[in-house]
Design a protein around this ligand. Structure first.
Ligand SMILES: NC(=O)c1ccc[n+]([C@@H]2O[C@H](COP(=O)([O-])OP(=O)(O)OC[C@H]3O[C@@H](n4cnc5c(N)ncnc54)[C@H](OP(=O)(O)O)[C@@H]3O)[C@@H](O)[C@H]2O)c1
Length: 270
């Protein structure tokens, strides 16, 4: 497979599974992590670049470096991300900035860096990791949802702007998967300590964590992503989730808004 791929956040979870599977299939794979590449273990065939996707200048340099080495960049998987749990009211400015800058800002930085080389080479495919939380506002994961809704709007507009250059933009919307995401979640201390939200947040968080820890294996999503990038005419969105979560996406589309919010409140014991 004579194709070069960049996978952000390849040190763990989805990114690691996607990068490993692509390397096994013969792609030339570059993966990113904020850690020193020497510390990222066991991702055979993947060349690691130390990168924080929030740093737009560093992202530009990393992409330019890959293009210089390989002559082209065919596929980009915008996967790096994290979650902050807590109430919308009590999140700090720093927490909101970290959430939006990592998930949405990181995706924007990478997309902007790869578009010129992709246009010059006559095409490419950009896969942006959204979430089921990018199609419904999840209680106590509100800024996470906002970051993924932002990715959805950005990606849809981008797909329209760059189709004529042969660049395909795809959104992948996973449900709950067992990755490092749960352990990496930062929780709002102000929400935890709050009289108004604390108890309700802890109840919801228990459910959220149970669902993630009992979620599907990331290898399943990796297989789907490989199918998407190897397919000639990929759709724009793919929900990758268990039956119940796929049903929730459908219900969100057809039920009145307040009824759907009531279902979410009951489900997460808000
Ligand atoms: N797991 C789920 O249930 C689920 C569901 C829907 C969507 N998603 C999305 O899937 C993506 C991957 O998450 P995951 O579940 O695989 O979580 P994970 O196991 O925690 O992996 C997250 C990856 O993102 C990287 N990362 C985090 N912040 C970064 C930054 N500022 N710059 C560069 N890299 C950064 C981490 O690398 P380093 O720490 O090494 O830098 C790590 O490789 C995220 O966008 C997440 O929102 C996950």
């Amino acid at each position: 497979m004579d194709k070069t791929v960049l996978v952000t956040g390849a040190s763990s979870g989805f990114g690691r599974s996607i990068a490993s599977l692509l390397a096994q299939r013969g792609y030339r794979v570059y993966g990113t992590s904020r850690r020193d590449p020497a510390e990222v273990e066991g991702c055979k065939g993947v060349q690691f670049i130390q990168l924080d996707v929030r740093d737009s200048a560093a992202v530009k340099d990393a992409v330019a470096d890959i293009v210089e080495r390989e002559g082209r960049l065919d596929v980009v998987i915008n996967n790096a991300g994290m979650g902050i749990g807590g109430s919308l009211e009590l999140a700090t400015d720093d927490e909101i900035a970290l959430q939006m800058d990592t998930n949405f800002g990181g995706c924007v930085n990478v997309c902007r860096a790869v578009l010129a080389p992709m246009r010059r080479q006559g095409g490419g495919i950009i896969v942006n990791l959204s979430s089921i939380g990018g199609v419904m506002g999840l209680p106590y994961q509100g800024y996470y949802s906002a970051s993924k809704f932002a990715i959805e709007g950005f990606s849809e507009a981008l797909a329209a702007e760059v189709a004529s250059f042969g660049i395909k933009v795809v959104m992948v919307e996973p449900g709950d998967f067992a990755t490092g995401f749960t352990a990496s979640r930062k929780c709002s201390k102000a929400t935890m300590d709050s009289e108004a939200y604390g108890e309700s947040f802890r109840r919801s968080l228990t459910i959220i964590e149970q669902e993630e820890n009992g979620g599907l294996p990331p290898e399943r999503l990796a297989r789907k992503v490989v199918k998407i990038i190897e397919c000639r005419r990929p759709h724009m969105r793919y929900v990758v989730a268990n039956t119940e979560q796929r049903l929730s996406v459908l219900l969100k589309k057809i039920l009145p808004g307040r009824l759907f919010v009531k279902i979410l409140r009951n489900y997460y014991k808000v």
